[in-house]
Write a protein that binds this ligand. Structure first.
Ligand code: B12
Length: 476
């Protein structure tokens, strides 16, 4: 049967983060490079929801991902394009380079010149450079917009009248689209892939109740009921045997009653294991951290952001370092693994505030830490509206630091963590995927063993490096 819609995603690392991500990539890629095939294991939720919604609307949609990293997937893509699909939708959730988006559209145009091209996802929505020439762009969630756009293109009516569609060359949608209620989100069809995945993402809510200065994702908060999320998780398990998942919600703890209801449902089933994002102060809700652990939560990714109370105040984080410490302690006491993510270089940051972050990150009980370079990802971040940020390309400068200095200092922070045997290992959220196949009990020891090897690789001599690589190899 002919495909109406090919849905395409090619994940890549972000070039702006490369001085930080090289901490992880260098040891993995040092010759002879270790096999990295497992990284593209998880199919993206966005693509799956779009394909599910399009199929429900009577189209035939096929999702394909990471085809430039796998010969087998590339061959599937080429075969699909040779059948001249009506449209191809390209996701920019984790595609950051305009060259990559262009490479995909060039391939589609070469093999199937008549195929309509659509881009969507946060990248294309925020950065016009990620909208290749001739593409329609969909702003916001695409489950409703994409089938409507295809219907307009098939009927020959004006696609510019479809709410949420940005015409090629235009800046904004002709008509805005009101967000659909989250309860209308389709239940993702994980059977659309050659083999069902063993772990998946689950979106229980979108946006965030807060508006932290650095964040590009504080669109209005909207959540599905706990019952609807539980029904999806049970369907994933019963239809495809999926028992491991990660919540994509910005802060699972922001509505404690809902979080507790979710946890009760998951604990009653007893056979799920999962990770989530959480605020440290949210974990202070009595009984919540324990309920999460009983429900199968293995690791919480906490946005700690800074060890300086002054920077936390400037960020409008709404949390102090004392509360952060308490929240981490509560999570640890409940038996959860705790990852601390810190933003480096926010306006007002100095070497002195980075030293506070270093000391805080080393001594606050985190199991793993990550330093995320401050970046202006979307024109909507509050820090931009506050003024004082001078932008050039992806770089920036403010009164107390430039992005070049920030990247240098962040690399130095990583070196200091490696050199201190008592410090928690830096860990990359993307690499946690490697432990999702392990039994829940082995997840913790696996994460500490694997990320500990990166510390040894960076701190040690040639003998330590070889031993560290042998440890890494066990998980790849
Ligand atoms: C899960 C996740 C990851 C996982 C990905 C695992 C996987 N394969 O699923 C991991 C940990 C690997 C990851 C890594 C990174 N991530 Co990430 N990640 C997320 C997160 C939390 C959820 C993504 C998701 O599934 N969302 C739910 C789905 C349903 O939403 P969606 O993908 O946006 O899709 C919807 C719409 O955007 C739209 N849409 C999307 N594509 C298309 C295409 C078409 C044609 C149409 C019409 C519509 C459309 O419709 C979809 C359905 O509603 C988001 C934040 C968030 N909550 O969304 C950040 C996010 C996507 N990540 C981000 C970033 C920056 C990164 C990193 C660079 C961070 C880093 N420190 O290195 C890395 C880079 C990736 C890499 N390969 O190294 C940014 C992206 C910003 C951007 N695009 O400019 C986000 C938005 C976080 C943020 N606050 O800024 N990430």
């Amino acid at each position: 049967m002919k495909t109406d819609l090919l849905l395409l995603s090619q994940e890549e690392t972000h070039p702006f983060y490369s001085p930080v991500n090289s901490y992880f990539l260098e040891p993995l890629l040092a010759p002879p490079a270790l096999p990295l095939g497992k990284f593209s294991a998880a199919p993206p939720l966005g693509l799956t929801l779009l394909a599910t919604a399009a199929n429900a609307a009577g189209l035939r949609a096929v999702p394909l991902y990471n085809f430039f990293s796998s010969e087998k997937e590339k061959a599937r893509l080429v075969a699909e394009l040779e059948n001249k699909p009506f449209a191809a939708g390209i996701s920019t959730t984790h595609t950051f380079r305009p060259e990559t988006a262009r490479e995909i559209t060039d391939l589609v145009k070469k093999l199937s010149p008549g195929t309509h091209l659509v881009v969507g996802g946060p990248g294309a929505e925020w950065r016009p450079a990620l909208r290749p020439p001739g593409c329609y762009t969909v702003a916001g969630p695409g489950e409703e917009t994409l089938p409507e756009l295809l219907a307009a293109l098939k009927a020959g009516t004006d696609p510019g009248l479809v709410p949420g569609v940005i015409l090629p060359g235009a800046d904004a949608p002709g008509r805005p689209r009101a967000a659909a209620p989250m309860e209308a989100q389709p239940r993702p069809d994980w059977g659309l892939y050659p083999a069902p995945p063993s772990g998946v993402a689950v979106q229980g809510s979108r946006g965030c109740r807060r508006r932290c200065g650095f964040c590009s994702y504080s669109a209005p908060y909207a959540a599905r009921s706990a019952a609807s999320v539980l029904a999806e998780l049970r369907a994933n398990r019963d239809r495809w045997g999926i028992r491991r998942f990660r919540f994509t919600d910005s802060d699972l703890t922001c509505d404690p009653a809902r979080a507790l209801e979710l946890c009760r449902g998951l604990a009653a089933d007893g056979d799920f294991s999962w990770t989530c994002f959480a605020r440290a102060d949210g974990l202070l809700t009595p009984g919540l951290a324990e309920a999460m652990r009983r429900a199968g939560c293995l690791w919480v990714f906490i946005g700690a952001e800074s060890g300086s109370d002054e920077i936390l105040r400037r960020m409008d984080k709404g949390c102090t370092t004392a509360e952060l410490r308490e929240g981490v302690a509560a999570a640890r006491a409940a038996g959860l693994g705790v990852h601390g993510n810190f933003v480096t270089g926010y306006p007002g940051e100095t070497r002195a505030t980075l030293a506070e972050t270093l000391a805080f990150a080393k001594t606050s009980g985190f199991d793993t830490v990550y330093f995320s370079p401050f970046q202006v990802r979307s024109p909507g971040i509050p820090a931009l509206a506050q003024g004082g940020l001078e932008l050039s390309g992806e770089g920036w400068r403010h009164a107390t630091m430039s992005s070049e200095e920030m990247l240098k200092y962040t690399q130095a922070l990583l070196r200091e963590f490696s050199a201190d045997p008592a410090a928690p290992p830096p860990g990359s959220e993307a690499l946690f995927l490697l432990f999702s196949e392990l039994s829940p009990g082995a997840f913790r020891s696996g994460a500490l063993d694997f990320f500990g090897a990166f510390k040894r690789w960076h701190a040690g001599g040639p003998g330590d490096k070889a031993a560290a690589r042998r440890t890494m190899e066990k998980y790849l």
